[in-house]
Design a protein around this ligand. Sequence first.
Ligand code: FAD
Length: 376
Amino acid sequence: MLQSELIAVRSAVRQLVESFGAAEYYQDQVDQGDHCDQLWNAMGDNGYLGVHLPVEYGGGGLGLTELAAVVEETAFAGCPLLALLFSAGVTGTVLERSGSQEQRERWLPGLATGRTRLSFAITEPEAGSNAHRIATTAVRIGDRYVLNGQKVFITGMESADWVMVVAALADSGLSVFLVDTSAPGLTWTPIRTVMNQPDRSHQVFFDDVEVPADHLVGSEGGGLKVAFTGLNTERILTSSICTGVGRYAVQHAVDYAKQRKVWDQPIGAHQAVAHPLAAAHMRIEAARAITDRACAGYDAGGEVGELANMAKYLGAAAGLEALDAAVNTLGGNGVTYDYRLAPYYWLVRMLNMGPVSKEMILNFVAERSLGLPRSY
Ligand SMILES: Cc1cc2nc3c(=O)[nH]c(=O)nc-3n(C[C@H](O)[C@H](O)[C@H](O)COP(=O)(O)OP(=O)(O)OC[C@H]3O[C@@H](n4cnc5c(N)ncnc54)[C@H](O)[C@@H]3O)c2cc1C
């Protein structure tokens, strides 16, 4: 897509989100326990949710560059939607890259319109950051797999039609399965968090859950490779949602700092107020540049593990720095719901830890980029 077209898409996404009420709509949805369904469906109808998916499956035939722009602009407009990361981003990409022809035909059109929603489940209570310790098991019995185990923090289960699960298959290793959320033996309970966002996270339990054999994505034992096509996408999109919130925060703080006077000049004239916002703006722009490089590499079919990790680390950090500077700029108003800054804090704080923590990224860069020895 030409740069001018991408700018037009960004603007159209913002206008759509603003037509729903932007940050006010988002907070109302959170307060009512709703999921921004109307905005989600409108985004699907306008082709934004499947912008990166192939045209033959109802997508826009474009790439991660365009999906990252959609993610960033929804967040910039005040509606950071995690479901864009785990449903459209991770599961859409995994199916597109590793799904069979039948799986792509079955699931991608619904993902593109947003009428089919998927959650993604890899994290476990005991394994945490170490996916090699995954203890949820799958056993092949005839034409089915039978899953047993437990996942934690799985987001969006309450509105998901399917959950994509990484489980350890006896004798083969980690494998990826598509599980119907109405399957007998699959249950979940919400985890109360301070996240202030529409999609809740859950403990998920698998008790002899039967999965048809053709719901295996990719090969038996190929699960980590399959999952990582989506996990790199998620890292890149995590950067975009955080830089989007960061841009939102800086803009709100700048507008406020131009108006607010407690001495004779607006508070924005004080360098102690202006410099943190200027520094946050620069860090956001630097993170966006790395994120663009990661998207371009991904869209060109390259190996982007290093860039995806770096983008995630930098984007999440820049978003958090921007929010902190913005909250500080607003003084007491910064922590009120009315001024719509602090409610985004825990989302971005969490995204500095998940879907991969900043420490694990530093480990990755120290080892892979710098060749330093591994400590764990
Ligand atoms: C709100 C929310 C939504 C989530 N949504 C999903 C979802 O939809 N699907 C899903 O599968 N998961 C989801 N997660 C899980 C998330 O990805 C994990 O919480 C994250 O990967 C960290 O795992 P952990 O919580 O087990 O922390 P741990 O692995 O226990 O880590 C705890 C701390 O120790 C540090 N640490 C661990 N090992 C090392 C090491 N070797 N070197 C240095 N530091 C280390 C970590 O960096 C971290 O700071 C979600 C989490 C939250 C909070």
